[in-house]
Unconditional design. Structure first.
Length: 164
């Protein structure tokens, strides 16, 4: 199964944003080096306790941040007032950029439900700060994200069998 950049961003957005700063935090989607079962077990245990924001994002080349494509209904992002076309460009005061990848990834890794995070967003040319409280990862979001990753594992496993 071929994964597009937008799909990676969407998946990352749901998880990393839960868990935004998304691919901004996670960098490009990395190839998993675990066995399929090992990866499934690791992802399940890691993500079931992760905080969730509820955004679908795409990179915004103009700002280096992430443009909000969709806000998941009922999500912390919706409750905080984040809207489509907002651009996320800082998380807890740290600019979302490749230069800050490690700091953002470390902060995201520690996210838990109930924790508050603050995004600096640009809306209609004006900056504003939006604080939200991370929610538990919804089971359907977790299942979709893990399922997508497992399909990539199977595709990779099949490709390696064909080349042998």
């Amino acid at each position: 199964m071929k994964t597009t950049r937008r799909t990676r961003t969407w998946i990352g957005g749901l998880v990393a944003l839960a868990v935004v700063a998304t691919p901004a935090l996670a960098g490009e989607y990395a190839k998993c080096h675990e066995t399929t079962q090992g990866c499934l077990d690791h992802m399940s245990s890691m993500m079931k306790n992760s905080g969730w924001v509820g955004l679908e994002l795409d990179s915004d080349d103009a700002s280096g941040g992430y443009k909000v494509l969709k806000v998941v209904p009922g999500s912390p992002a919706e409750s905080a007032g984040i809207q489509p076309d907002d651009v996320l460009y800082a998380l807890n005061g740290v600019k979302i950029s490749k230069d800050n990848h490690e700091a953002l990834a470390k902060a995201r890794k520690e996210w838990q439900p109930g924790q508050s995070v603050t995004y600096t967003i640009k809306r209609n040319g004006a900056d504003r700060e939006v604080t939200l409280t991370l929610a538990p990862m919804p089971a359907d979001v977790l299942a979709k994200w893990i399922g997508q990753h497992m399909l990539e594992h199977v595709s990779g496993d099949l490709a390696s069998v064909k080349t042998k």
